[in-house]
Design a protein around this ligand. Structure first.
Ligand SMILES: Nc1ncnc2c1ncn2[C@@H]1O[C@H](COP(=O)(O)OP(=O)(O)OP(=O)(O)O)[C@@H](O)[C@H]1O
Length: 248
């Protein structure tokens, strides 16, 4: 699928199927994320959310269907596909003995990206709201929220079109969750396409443009945020997520 200008969407998954041995986990998954959109992918344990991320990262070769990241097939060219994206796992992997600034510098050099301190690294750290006094501190002492800021700063500095987030708010308190949501809005404002795998319904309701429920290997229901203050109907979503819809 292409957008109106004929270009590929940053994330496109079409009729994706994947089996582990005899067991089919994804059975015709369709999912797209546009530039400047946050898509929250919800689903029960074992629904196939991580498998979907693995397909986007090129860690698995799907049995059928198509996956494109920035127009590139991750199964055919994983390195090129990964160059289009930033992946933030549940626990952000950084070099603990290096400072925030040094981590950015190092990862940018690995990505062969521009890494001028004044024009790239510092503006990115500023954009994610990492306090200046922390820039030169070793990240080993950072909280999960601060580590996520460094990871998102790296994504911004690399100018990638796609951001993949795996359970980003698990273990964050409500205030840190709110801060994280504002943080990914910074990436959305820069037209990054963001796919967030999560169990955190409140966070999804707060920040997502669309919410998709993965069940039985496909998107069973997809909802778009409304225009008003109540972007989604939280009660209905909760009933939907907990399988108590009939009683709701
Ligand atoms: N490498 C693997 N080999 C065999 N089965 C696997 C493998 N990885 C995942 N599975 C199975 O595939 C199904 C989907 O797993 P997946 O991790 O994608 O689900 P999930 O939605 O991310 O779950 P959770 O919310 O618990 O993280 C599960 O039943 C899981 O046990």
């Amino acid at each position: 699928m292409t957008n109106d200008a004929g270009a590929h969407l940053p994330i496109e998954v079409r009729a994706l199927r994947h089996s582990y041995g005899e067991r089919e986990v994804l059975c015709g998954l369709d999912l797209t994320v546009a530039p400047g959109e946050i898509y929250a992918l919800l689903g029960g344990n074992g629904a196939g959310k991580s498998t979907t991320l693995s397909a986007l990262l090129g860690f698995i070769v799907p049995s059928a269907g198509s996956v494109r990241v920035g127009g590139i097939d991750p199964a055919a060219d994983p390195a090129m596909a990964r160059a289009q994206l930033a992946y933030v796992p549940e626990s952000v992997a950084l070099y603990d003995h290096l400072s925030a600034r040094e981590n950015l510098d190092y990862f940018l050099s690995l990505a062969r990206a521009q890494r001028s301190r004044k024009t790239v690294v510092e503006p990115a750290l500023d954009a994610v709201g990492l306090p200046h006094h922390a820039w030169n501190q070793r990240v080993g002492g950072f909280s999960k929220g601060m580590r996520q800021k460094v990871a998102i700063a790296l994504a911004l500095a690399r100018h990638v079109p796609v951001l993949l987030l795996d359970e980003p708010t698990s273990g964050l308190d409500p205030r840190a969750t709110m801060e994280f949501n504002r943080l990914i809005e910074t990436a959305r404002d820069r037209k990054v396409a963001i796919l967030m795998v999560t169990h955190d319904l409140l966070s999804a309701v707060d920040v997502a443009n669309r919410i998709g429920f993965l069940s039985a290997g496909r998107i069973e229901e997809e909802l778009a945020a409304g225009d008003g203050a109540a972007r989604f109907d939280l009660n209905a979503l909760h009933a939907r997520y907990t399988g108590t819809r009939a009683a709701a």
